[in-house]
Write a protein that binds this ligand. Structure first.
Ligand SMILES: [Zn+2]
Length: 381
């Protein structure tokens, strides 16, 4: 077993996927000196909440790194605990329900990114961080700005030109210094990294920081706790940088290690047909599903491996299906942003196959609220 494959450690440790270098989570490192990706490993802990546990993702505190727990009280806004409801075609709660929607946009800043931001910023607060730098195409910056404000940490967020005005305005309301970079999403990341080098500020990257993915693993714990007796065979998740998918994979793996589930669900990753680097395709044109429009995700290989090892698959959403999917969900009271509409659209095609539900129920993650994207679909210039 190579160092990067062994998920269980004796104690909490951050390990480089390339060279095996190890450091403590308290160091808050975002990248190895060898430029390798860092991942957080810990003991196989049963995350079952104790009586009286908080009504938030912190209820799984036993399975979270101590450095994050130390700062939880400074940041928590009740993040996590998103509802799991039957999908339109099923519409009634029961053991025969085949499709469940995890409304992971019901969070303080209306996206699942609050899971990672809360845990990462809690750790930063515990370590006395005064200033942070982040980069984002929208939702992660929104979440980091909110939790930085909550923790009293100064935030500087680099966003690419074209980031939706409402998300930029929200970051500024939280007091973040928003820098609009005249370039691509990647250019915004490069600008942020340069700023980190110049200023020695904390890099609150949702892509690189292992504590961010550590926070999103609570998605899996919630699905487990919410679906007693009807645990999903398949979980469908939108995938750009893979922040939620990698966390979910970690969470399900740790549930299996703790003996709480028999097998890890199949992970189905959804990309836009216009931006599907996980399938080895060159992006072409713009997509309204901005949250998953990542041309070259740094954790690409990890995402592909997580999908493969779960016997899952990577599917795509056609651009023309985004608006009909958004309207279909809205017709049942569920309003999501175009990125989540893409997940529903791709799932629709996948679910029409006869064998789709042979192995059991499916959970579809809906990760961003409709309020983040007013109107039908943003106009792509
Ligand atoms: Zn390394």
């Amino acid at each position: 077993v190579s160092p990067s494959r062994s998920a269980v450690a004796l104690t909490w440790v951050v390990r480089c996927a390339t060279c095996g270098y190890e450091t403590a989570p308290e160091e808050l490192r975002w990248r190895c000196a060898c430029s390798g990706l860092l991942d957080l490993y810990g003991p196989a802990i049963d995350p079952t909440p104790k009586a009286g546990a908080p009504w938030s993702l912190w209820r799984y505190g036993a399975a979270l790194a101590p450095v994050a727990l130390q700062g939880a009280g400074k940041v928590t806004m009740g993040e996590g605990m998103s509802p799991l409801v039957p999908a339109p075609a099923d519409r009634s709660v029961g053991t025969s329900t085949r499709v469940w929607l995890k409304l992971d946009y019901l969070m303080p800043t209306l996206s699942f990114k609050d899971r990672g931001a809360a845990v990462l910023i809690a750790a930063a607060a515990a370590r006395g961080v005064a200033r942070l730098v982040a980069d984002s195409s929208g939702n992660a910056g929104h979440a980091v700005a909110a939790y930085a404000a909550r923790a009293g940490i100064g935030a500087e967020v680099f966003v690419p030109k074209g980031t939706s005005a409402s998300k930029v305005a929200a970051m500024r309301r939280f007091g973040a210094d928003v820098r609009v970079v005249d370039g691509s999403r990647q250019d915004a990341a490069v600008a942020a990294m340069q700023r980190v080098e110049e200023t020695d500020a904390f890099y609150a990257s949702h892509v690189y920081q292992p504590l961010f993915v550590h926070g999103t693993k609570t998605f899996a714990y919630e699905v487990w706790e919410q679906s007693a007796g009807r645990f999903p065979a398949t979980v469908v998740i939108g995938c750009g940088n893979g922040t939620l998918l990698l966390g979910a994979a970690r969470g399900f793996a740790s549930l299996a290690q703790a003996g709480l589930i028999d097998r890890v669900p199949k992970l189905v990753a959804v990309q836009s047909e216009r931006c599907a680097p996980l399938l080895g395709r060159t992006p072409h044109g713009r997509t309204a599903a901005e949250g998953i429009a990542i041309a070259s995700p740094p954790r690409r290989d990890q995402i592909v491996e997580a999908v493969r090892s779960s016997s899952g698959e990577i599917i795509t959403a056609a651009e023309a299906d985004l608006l009909p999917a958004r309207r279909e969900l809205a017709a049942y009271g569920i309003d999501v942003e175009p990125t989540a509409s893409a997940v529903w659209a791709a799932f629709g095609a996948w679910a029409r196959r006869p064998e789709a539900f042979e192995e059991g129920p499916v959970v579809v993650a809906l990760c961003g609220a409709g309020a983040k994207s007013p109107g039908d679909l943003p106009r792509l210039s």
